[in-house]
Design a binder for this molecule. Structure first.
Ligand code: C5P
Length: 479
């Protein structure tokens, strides 16, 4: 049964009603199912993600209020954010007109570059009317080179958004081409780039596009969408529709907020979730970690402006917005991903890494032979936290571990702090009666070399916020 209760997700208020997905109209349900399938989530999780996104969007990047009616806002205030919007040549370009409008409604100044192909779909006149200034069209336009120049165009902005990002524009950016104004600007910018890909599903699935996408993600380019649904070509459907303007606005808003948060410029690495240690191709050793605490920390850090890499074991919680997520299975994969993600200023090890793995995992499924049980000899996994904390080179300034204990919580955490050479340990009691493992709240004892602080019981996102505040204060004090 599809059922999703707002109350159960902490949105409860005295007059808060429950919402049943069944009550939604068929079209919306279909869209939700498509979105959920595309993101590998249950419909309930998808709804939760959308609500969270909407709630956080309201905080981070508010839409106009009643006193500030929707419509084309006057040109940006002096402290307003500036977005450089690159419009590529695809049918989705018509949605970019709405995107300009939505950004400007929120007080963001929008400057536009259009590719030649974009001008086949929408006109510079429409773009200029909505943006409040003429779009830039030509790399060799003497007038605009004199006025602004492509280098200034690329730099005098807080964010570059490419919508629609065509397969061709993605290929150019991934390979460093600069043979027109759009690609030259993308190569010259020192600001964050957000791509909203839009193309036919076959083009999106093509190996070349996959390679380019992987390269762009590795280069730190942010991506929103594409969504699943019908294409402009009749009878074509699948993954490739450009994200809706408001989804792009939300993603842009998160990136713009990052630039001014308490952890702006801080590189942070977070591990989260359990690890799965294979016994054979179908069986594994695991634990009950949900990843909720680690993911909440990554999300809070990103909100505070940190550039966050989250290395996650297999979990059922959604990827936090604005975070680079690396998905791994085993402890050894996690260690390799952590080492690749260094250097970082802060590393937080919230993953419940399996202490042991089988000495040899079988390539084939182990069969019952009737001659007794298989020999599952165990060997110890690498200790990722201790390995990083003991590093001479590339040791993060602040290495933070967790200690999940069922007895002598603080005493064991103190021993871990010393043995693993980390700076702080957040200790918690994970005895089944506490409900912490897999639950939504946590009671933390922060153990540092200077002593112990006992934090009150609070939600995992409150723990995350408190930790991030603490880290920002500590890094601020070290400057
Ligand atoms: O499992 P243990 O209680 O020792 O975990 C304490 C801390 O060490 C946690 O922060 C956990 O993420 C980290 N750890 C790790 N690699 C391991 C075991 C634990 O990074 N193999």
């Amino acid at each position: 049964m599809l059922f999703y209760s707002l109350k159960s997700q902490g949105f409860a208020g005295p007059a808060m009603a429950s919402l049943t997905v069944r009550q939604l109209d068929e079209k919306l349900k279909k869209q939700l199912r498509l979105r959920a399938a595309r993101n590998g989530r249950s419909v309930e999780d998808e709804v939760r993600t959308i609500l969270r996104g909407a709630a956080s969007d309201t905080d981070a990047f508010p839409a106009p209020t009643e006193s500030e009616p929707p419509g084309i806002a006057p040109a940006a205030k002096t402290d307003a954010k500036q977005v450089l919007l690159v419009i590529g040549g695809g049918i989705a370009a018509y949605k970019s007109l709405d995107l300009i409008r939505r950004l400007r409604e929120r007080g963001v100044a929008v400057r536009v570059v259009m590719t030649d192909a974009a001008q086949k779909f929408i006109t510079p006149l429409s773009v200029g009317a909505l943006a409040g200034e003429h779009p830039f069209l030509d790399l060799f336009d003497a007038k605009s080179e004199f006025d602004v120049g492509h280098i200034r165009l690329a730099r005098d902005t807080d964010l570059v958004v490419v919508a629609p990002a065509t397969a061709d524009l993605m290929a150019k950016l991934a390979n460093g081409h600069a043979d027109d104004l759009a690609s030259a600007v993308l190569l010259a910018t020192d600001q964050k780039i957000l791509l909203a890909p839009a193309m036919n599903p076959q083009m999106w699935a093509n190996k070349a596009t996959r390679r380019n996408l992987a390269q762009l993600v590795a280069d730190g380019v942010a991506i929103v969408g594409p969504n699943s649904g019908e294409m402009a070509e009749s009878g074509e459907a699948g993954l490739g529709r450009m994200a809706e303007p408001l989804e792009i606005v939300a993603a842009a808003g998160a990136l713009l907020v990052h630039a001014s948060g308490a952890l702006a410029g801080v590189r942070m690495l977070v591990t989260s979730g359990p690890t799965h240690e294979p016994i054979d191709p179908v069986r594994y050793i695991a634990n009950r970690s949900s990843g909720k605490q680690g993911h909440a920390i990554a999300e809070a850090a990103a909100r505070a402006g940190a550039a966050v890499t989250l290395i996650s074991g297999p979990v059922n919680v959604p990827d936090p917005p604005g975070v680079t997520v690396v998905k791994v299975e085993s402890a050894r994969d996690m260690l390799a991903a952590v080492e690749t993600a260094l250097p970082a200023d802060v590393a937080i090890f919230a993953a419940a890494v399996a202490d042991w793995r089988t000495a040899a995992s079988s390539r084939e499924k182990i069969k019952k032979t009737g001659k007794g049980t298989p020999d599952l000899a165990l060997v110890e996994n690498p200790d990722i936290l201790a390995t990083v904390a003991h590093r001479k080179a590339k040791r993060p300034k602040l290495v933070i571990g967790f200690a999940a204990e069922t007895e002598h919580v603080v005493e064991h955490a103190r021993q871990k702090l010393a043995r693993k050479a980390c700076d702080w340990i957040l200790a918690n009691d994970v005895s089944p009666e506490t409900g912490i493992m897999g639950g939504d709240s946590n009671t933390i004892h922060l153990v540092t070399r200077n002593g112990v602080e006992h934090w009150p019981p609070q939600s995992k996102s409150q723990v995350a916020a408190a930790l991030i505040q603490r880290i920002a204060a500590t890094l601020g004090g070290q400057k």
